[in-house]
Design a protein around this ligand. Sequence first.
Ligand code: IVH
Length: 682
Amino acid sequence: MPIMTDAPFLSSPADYAAAVATAVQAATAYYTDGGTPLGDDEYDALLRALATYEEAHPDEVLPDSPSGKVAGGAVQGDVPHSVPMLSLDNVFSAEELESWAAGLERRLGHPVAAWCVEPKLDGLAVAARYRAGRLQQLITRGDGLAGEDITHAADAVLGLPAVLTEPIDVELRGEVLLTSAQFEHANQVRTAHGATPFANPRNGAAGTLRAKDRPYRIELTFFGYGAHGLPGLDHAALLLRLADLGVGTAATTAAHPLRCTTLVEVQQRVEEIAVLRSELPFGIDGVVIKADSSADQQEAGSGSRAPRWAVARKLAAEHKVTRLLDVEWNVGRTGIIAPRAVLEPVVIDGVTVTYATLHNPADITRRDLMIGDRVFVRRAGDVIPRVEAPLVDERTGAEQPIAFPEVCPRCGDAIDREEQRWRCVRGRNCQLVASISYAVGRDQLDIEGLGGTRAVQLVEAGLVTDLADLWTLTREQFLGLERMGETSTDNLLAAIEAARTRPLNRVFCALGVRGTGRTMSRRIATHFGSMAAIRAADADTLAQVDGIGTEKARVIVAELAELAPLLDRLAARGVGTAVTAPQAPASSAVAPDQEDAAAGPLAGAAVVVTGTMTGPLAELTRNEMNELIERAGGKASSSVSKRATLLVAGEKAGSKRAKAEELGIPVSTPEEFAALVADYLA
Ligand code: IVH
């Protein structure tokens, strides 16, 4: 994954001096409070440009240039390090990594015995001194030679025990960070105390480590990656030893360190960690490749800034800084009024981002955002980009407050502000056309020919005021609509009639209850067996369904109460009343009963589907695939985790396949899978 940002070209001493000034300013912000006016990619590109210029003009090198200095020379401390805390050299592509490795082997005069590949954790380097197994002192990296004493913060750092499992003298080296959960929690606690939220986890970790006498506690996490005082151990063995001592390491995570004997394996592992990145519960900004053998490490030695036996393969930044241009308010299918940030376009990890989610109005207030702000935007993998925080220090005074809507931006009716997410008081009826179109979609009631334009016609003609009206429509009413001939009318009437007996999961899904997509609708239908039983359930009963927490259960109960008149009308028309067990999707055939499913070929299996299906499964939508899995006794899930037992990988399967292979989960082709569940297919 190459870095997208090209290094700026410095053509004159004045350009060079200006670039040094910018880099010093950015390094100072980055290494002291974790904030930065430049994105990581831009900073790296600037340093590369400085290095290129300095190589060509060695006489002009300015003394405060950050290149070649630990922490860009930005920080100093007063506790001397026993052994300097070095930085790492960077490479930015597979080719650069290959030539770095070749250079190291040339220097050694023999091949490297083995490599160790591990995540480059995006936090702050610390040294933790233990005497007789007891934690004595915690120190920041500072300028690499001396750091700041932050022992006061030690007891809030998970993975850094007060007492090791053995009474030894050792100095641990590693990274302190906020995991995603710790970051979210930290910001909740901070806003509850009237403090501004942290812009990002790195900034939060830096602020938390330094802070003293805060009225609240924020937990951090330590991952060890080195030690002084445990000589002779190879790197992978050292990490195991640290874990035995009770110290946190990345070994417990999906991106665990891996010993590789060939460079091909190293490159593969780098790619795997890059793919896993977006799903890791903590930030990484690269992958570190180390010579594993302690003999190789000693032979290679270190320069003044970095060891020669290790290198960081940087990954493109997931964070970027850009400008918030506007906030749009969109009304969703269920009447939710959701804010969306309009951004100055910015490329993050190869994708141009122009919009980002802002969640809800309370979130905007909490993050203290203004139009015109420079903001941190994060995009991780497939996750929707989100605005994390404004760079408050960069405000010019020209920023404008964000205007919140007074009335529903779609229909002009009032807004219900009871919950954090605002809603039009008309709820679904504010978006009747969208609600009907969703309900008749292929994965719900599957009524072909009733797409967007027909739904608009029916609503505008006043023939449909809610979903249940579909089953009251007459032939004459359809024929009265524009561009509606006899054949299409008859086809449509037949499709509407066929939809009356769709299985419970599909009818339930068609209601568009918040938080219940296709998967959840299937689980609810299987659990309760009838619409009457679902309607009779209270929040506690609903919370028994896998994946429904107490909050979601409460929302579902409230929405079902709101939908009661519609549900009564649907029931009166025989829609969603007959079904008591999972059935075949409309486009396939047999419907084995629930006992069959319990004994089916997938009993106890957790199956994930990815890529384009082929062969007998080519026509099935993802929802129909999931229904098939459940009919055959399995559980369909959308993400590959340790719990998954099989991945069905079709054409163009991407990261899920890599992850399944990484976790040792069996992978089958669509054809193999079709053979396995043949009895449950049409
Ligand atoms: S090894 C002498 N391993 O990255 C060994 N560093 O950009 C030097 N870092 O200063 C460090 N994850 O703060 C090492 N797995 C890892 C790391 C790691 C993050 C940090 C560390 C270092 C910085 C260099």
